[in-house]
Design a protein around this ligand. Structure first.
Ligand code: NAD
Length: 269
């Protein structure tokens, strides 16, 4: 019988992951720790005791905003101080615009909403990549970002102008980083179709941010997402994890500036 390797390639590697408190990021953090990664998370939501689980890899959380350079630098420093290396940066934190339509919007409110969504979804990725670039280069590591079907599809998917613009721009961030950081660092992305998570809807109201379910009725959203894609599927956050692991390991050697699109085939719909 051939020997089966029981140690995952990522065991002992150190990953910095943004937006890890809920949804796709929470599933990814657990998936990474299950294969033995040490995960340094950056999220505006603190860890609580209930988040403490017994997975192989360790978990640290810097509480801060992804648009804040100091918070990103602090997360990189924590990784280097605790583990000596940073093998990967995963930009994932994002906010939604609630699908606001321009004809229904007040111009000043839409301006504020658009600025906030671009700030988190685009500036957050740029600032995080900048803070991590040197350490990840030294480690010969990788970067992976969460894009969206909204990086390509502009109607029928619940995205408004601000969210679509941010995810189109984030595609540019990924491609530009891939060019700048080659040959030391591969930079790729996962662009899921609709996934039911508590994706933060940002409502700009005198500067206050309000967190809500994107969809008031989860059953309606599930059937709506299914109806849109040829595979009639809706992936869970856990089902997305293998796509990230693929891009983080040598299984994807030779790929950079590439986007894996687990969207049920929206691109051919
Ligand atoms: N849910 C979907 O249908 C879907 C589809 C495609 C892409 N995405 C993308 O997946 C990513 C994760 O979204 P999700 O669906 O898991 O949503 P989510 O709301 O469950 O997770 C977002 C995470 O980011 C954190 N976050 C948000 N703004 C932040 C900030 N300024 N600073 C620090 N942390 C911040 C939140 O606290 C949360 O932990 C996003 O980039 C989103 O655009 C989601």
């Amino acid at each position: 019988m051939p020997e089966v390797a029981d140690r995952h390639e990522l065991a002992g590697r150190v990953m910095l992951l943004t937006g890890a408190a809920t949804g796709i990021g929470a599933a990814l953090s657990a998936g990474l720790r299950a294969v033995g990664c040490h995960v340094v998370e950056l999220d505006r939501v603190p860890l609580d005791a209930a988040d403490d689980d017994a997975l192989a890899g360790s978990r640290h959380r810097v509480v801060g905003d992804v648009t804040d350079p100091d918070a990103n630098v602090e997360a990189v420093r924590l990784a280097l101080r605790e583990f000596g290396d940073l093998d990967g940066f995963i930009g994932n934190a994002g906010v939604h615009d609630g699908g606001v339509r321009v004809r229904d919007a007040d111009p000043a409110r839409l301006r504020d909403l658009t600025r906030t969504v671009l700030d988190v979804n685009v500036v957050g990725y740029v600032v995080g990549a900048c803070a991590a670039a040197e350490a990840v280069t030294q480690a010969g590591g990788v970067m992976v970002f969460t894009l969206s079907d909204a990086s390509y599809v502009v109607s029928g998917n619940g995205a408004g102008v601000a969210y679509a613009a941010s995810k189109h721009a984030a595609l540019g961030v990924v491609r530009s980083l891939a060019a700048q950081l080659a040959p030391a660092v591969r930079v790729n992305a996962v662009a899921p179709g609709g996934v039911v998570t508590p994706l933060s809807r940002v409502i700009s109201d005198g500067g206050a941010l309000e967190r809500q379910q994107v969809y008031d009725n989860v059953a309606d959203s599930v059937s709506g997402i299914r109806a849109l894609n040829p595979l009639r599927t809706i992936l869970t956050p856990d089902e997305l994890v293998p796509h990230y692991l693929y891009l983080l390991t040598s299984q994807s050697t030779g790929l950079t500036g590439h986007v894996v699109r687990p969207d049920g085939g929206l691109s051919i719909a």
